[in-house]
Design a protein around this ligand. Structure first.
Ligand code: EPU
Length: 302
């Protein structure tokens, strides 16, 4: 365990940081893979700087955890603590056709709240698991919707300055499945500009997206969504499928037989097995098509 020093524990308690010792990260990730570490939940955003300072002073690394839905976490005892943002009410605040959403809010719940206020635009993302913070960090996209295109301002904790800033999007770039955030910045929320349309119409669109998703993706299995980004002008899933790799497995890690860019945990897969599967598939696609696949999922293996 990394958090043992009584002084450090006392200081974290004073900052109202909730601590869960020896958490199995497998229970906090949609892939169901990951070793053990201590978990800290920070509710008061203004305490973030003090928490970072304390951890650094004790030589302890941290990783910021959202919903854990796009992550491959290492096996065994992990060399960092997992830090989470606690929910702070109100997590969704509507202003005209704009909405302020907190990073800790569940993405699906945020979309439903907006729909009830007759605000659409996020329909394609309904059904994606995870938090708003994770969706912003990864510039989540599906069915012609990309969250970054709707963002007008981001709220960021800037560790270097020790303060919370609101930045317009021209200072903050979103790319395909990635937001350009400095490693010292933490996304705390965003203002999105949505489209006014009747709630019924929004719910109908959500229904159609969910129907298509259920028909083409292994939603009932443990996965982290698409493993690889789509290479320019091609589809990673189609390339892997064309190699006949659906059902190909390394131990408990398997290429889904529904969508070839989803790798599923068929029971007790380890991170090492999943990594081996990723490398094997990447090499085979490279030898056949001379296309280098790049991971979309985020690896926290050391
Ligand atoms: N295809 C196959 N075999 C497969 C999978 C797909 O031939 O095993 C073909 C499909 O028939 C289709 C094409 O490949 O012609 C594209 O497939 P799909 O429509 O499923 O979209 P995708 O490009 O594989 C992207 C996103 C998904 C998102 C869907 C729907 C990436 C890496 N993936 O998938 O996002 O849900 O479009 O909009 O951009 C994610 O990011 O984790 C994710 C799941």
């Amino acid at each position: 365990m990394l958090l043992t020093d009584p002084k450090l524990l006392g200081a974290l308690a004073e900052l109202q940081v909730e601590r869960k010792p020896a958490v199995r990260m497998a229970s906090w990730t949609s892939l169901g893979i990951g070793g053990t570490t201590d978990m800290l939940t920070v509710c008061e955003r203004r305490h973030l700087g003090a928490v970072f300072h304390l951890l650094r002073a004790h030589g302890i690394r941290h990783r910021l955890l959202g919903g854990g839905t796009n992550l491959l976490v290492g096996d065994g005892e992990l060399p960092w603590v997992a830090l989470r943002l606690g929910r702070v009410e109100p997590t969704v605040r509507i202003e005209g056709n704009c909405v302020w959403v907190d990073a800790a809010e569940d993405l699906g719940r945020a979309i439903t709240t907006c729909a009830k206020a007759n605000l659409g635009g996020l329909e394609g993302l309904a059904g994606l698991p995870g938090t708003v913070g994770g969706a912003l960090r990864m510039n989540a996209g599906a069915y012609d919707t990309e969250i970054g295109k709707l963002v007008r301002e981001v709220v960021v904790y800037r560790a270097v300055h020790g303060r919370i800033d609101t930045l317009p999007t021209d200072q903050f770039r979103f790319q395909y499945r990635r937001a350009c955030v400095s490693t010292c910045d933490i996304l705390l929320g965003a203002r999105l500009e949505l489209v006014e349309r009747p709630c019924r119409e929004i719910l109908d669109r959500i229904y159609v997206c969910n129907f298509n998703r259920r028909a083409s993706q292994p939603l009932s299995e443990k996965s982290a969504g698409c493993v690889f980004k789509n290479p320019a002008g091609a589809s990673a899933g189609r390339l892997i499928d064309a190699m006949g790799l659906k059902g190909f497995r390394v131990g408990g890690a398997m290429v889904s037989d529904i969508h070839a860019n989803f790798f599923v945990n068929r029971g007790r897969a380890t991170c090492a097995e999943m990594q081996q599967l990723i490398e094997e598939v990447r090499e085979r696609v490279w030898s056949a098509f001379h296309i280098e696949l790049e991971e979309e999922i985020v690896l926290w293996v050391n």
